[in-house]
Write a protein that binds this ligand. Structure first.
Ligand code: DC
Length: 213
């Protein structure tokens, strides 16, 4: 049985940087589930799928040739043997529409479960502690003020409006963004990445998990 650490939170809350650093610190593999939804979105846009139509999206998800694995301690997700341009503006704008479709979520979740069956993982996303791995005792929810999150996104050279995406991700019917029951909530508004990582390592140690790389 592998150990799963779930890290959820809204867009640009710092969870990717934290999850990647934490994975290196404790010797776990890093899985960025958002990149899976982004890859699916990129693929559907490239294929001309009407991503606002859930039926078209579901059909495309069922026929796409997705493949996942690990490489240098991180997950990758491919479609038709290709890696997506996941930070494309059209992907930023379209990903929430694709991610709300249950058939897409089922495909992504099957890959997440397969990855987590072969390695101890830190999995970050929106529904990891609430829906994908609800049985894990190690759940964290990283938040930050909307202003700081928008600043962080802009500093990455990205122009997407994080508040709009959060609204869509929080209000969808299937596995919406939520604070998972039993999770430790960390407000990273005034914290550095290292401070958040330290807080998580302390919380893990206090729960008896002291992994060493
Ligand atoms: O973490 P991110 O910003 O790269 O995620 C992109 C989108 O993917 C996010 O707006 C909603 C969706 N997503 C999701 O629905 N469930 C997850 N576990 C991870 C991401």
């Amino acid at each position: 049985m592998k150990t799963i650490i779930a890290i959820d939170g809204p867009a640009a809350s710092g969870k990717s940087s934290v999850a990647r650093k934490l994975a290196k610190t404790i010797g776990f593999s890093y899985v960025n589930s958002g990149s899976f939804y982004r890859t699916a979105t990129w693929h559907m846009i490239a294929k001309g799928v009407d991503i606002q139509n859930p039926e078209s999206v579901a059909t495309a998800a069922g026929t796409a040739d997705f493949f996942s694995g690990f490489e240098n301690g991180e997950s990758f997700f491919e479609v038709g043997g290709q890696r997506a341009n996941i930070t494309d503006d059209a992907v930023n704008r379209g990903v929430s529409a694709v991610a709300r479709v249950p058939e897409v979520r089922a495909v992504v979740n099957a890959h997440l479960h397969a990855l987590a069956s072969v390695a101890d993982c830190i999995v970050e996303g929106r529904d990891i502690g609430s829906a994908v791995f609800p049985e894990t005792p190690y759940k964290f929810y990283i938040d930050a003020s909307p202003e700081v999150r928008q600043q962080r996104r802009s500093a990455q050279g990205q122009a997407d409006e994080v508040a709009a995406r959060d609204r869509q991700d929080s209000s969808r019917a299937t596995a919406p963004l939520t604070i998972p029951e039993g999770s430790t909530v960390i407000d990273s508004t005034h914290l550095s990445i290292d401070q958040v990582v330290d807080a998580i390592v302390s919380a893990l140690e206090s729960r008896g998990l002291s992994p060493t790389p």
